[in-house]
Design a binder for this molecule. Sequence first.
Ligand code: GLU
Length: 475
Amino acid sequence: MAKKDHKKSLSFSESVNHMVDRAFAVLDMDPGIANAIKACDAIIQVNFNVNIRGKIEVFTGWRATHSNHRLPAKGGIRYAPIVSQDEVEALASLMTYKCAIVDVPFGGSKGGLLIDPANYTRDEMQAITRRFARELIRKGFLSPATNVPAPDMGTGEREMAWIADTYKHLHPEDINYAACVTGKPVAHGGIRGRTEATGRGVVYSIREFFRHPDDMKAAGFKDGLGGKRIIVQGLGNVGYHAARLLDEEDDASIIAVIERDGVVINDNGLPIANLRQYINEHKTIKGFPDATFSENGQAALEMDCDILIPAAMEAQINADNADKIKTKLIVEAANGPTTFDADEILREKGISILPDAYVNAGGVTVSYFEWIRNLSHIRFGRMERRFDETRGQHLITAMESLTNATVPDWIKNEIVRGADELDLVRSGLDDTMRMAYQELSTVMKENDKIKDFRTAAYVVAVNKISRSYLDIGVY
Ligand code: GLU
């Protein structure tokens, strides 16, 4: 491959910016506007001390706000032993594009704390998290109106509950305190379906792809999702829910799962719920029954399959392995799993890629629903559920009395049942992922300079963002 290899020189944020530049080129956008859109508005670094087992430890964290054209700015907080300012900036910019693609009216932000959570007890993690949250709140980087974090790698419901409680103590007069963070436990203002949302959104994006015969054909598929051979890298929160749904609801075969310590392979498909159970118990995938184990997880990315779902770290598909990837479709469940150079190689090879900024937007979509729920102080469905049930019952009674026939029980149950919060969240998520896909697909069909989903996604995003800047007269 006679391609210039940027791999060593391009940082994560440069890699994202290069990809976005393709959209600016297609749109022939004024370079001033392009630079304004790409620039990160603000970034804060905090260094704070926590007393850990009698010793003072200094922790370093960041929060980047990439854009404020919509408020609040939104995005997760990552806890990881390797995280940097550049990474946080890149991830914050992806949040801006992601929100625009799925029409979530937020700016983009991201946070990171340099820590290996495995080295600390629950109480220590609580002290560290509360201290980090206090720093961000005091410095204006966390509030329901301006900047709202969420879970990301290494964080979950637990950390979000601590952050919300810390904010509440500092702002007892703010009745909307619960909206200062999303991804909280349901008992503390969280929303049903948030934990699975990103993984479920990934699956909704794949299902929508398979509803578009032209896109399927372009990727080399003759028939639907059932029976497709899928490799998933990373069985964390996102990868697990995506793989489980594909395995259980779509009749697809997850033939390999790559984790930190290697890969498990079974050509007939792995039972994902059992595998996750096994990992929880044994802290490894090694020894999982009815599967072949290999320590070389990276090599498994190059195995022959129909769909490859990277759901772990960034830069997993890079200039070193891109040429050896043998899949028809890459579905980017992780943020930034494909580097710019790899993307160029894959495009040349004709491999279709559903990009991160679209595919994993289900998380922030349901965060948006949670934020609205917190501001309205009422769970979705509470007012109308029983009303809908009664109306459904009347409909059945009317139908039966007019026709003198009996409606079968299963149809009756479906018609009578009023939607609860989880039904509504899933419906809103499904609609969001479908509509966004259709927008990308239309943009690709209407503009023959756009040959891939990533450029289409960034074209959609930067069009919306630049329109919003122009409307409010920033330029
Ligand atoms: N961390 C998630 C992401 O990368 C979720 C962000 C959010 O819900 O605000 O999209």
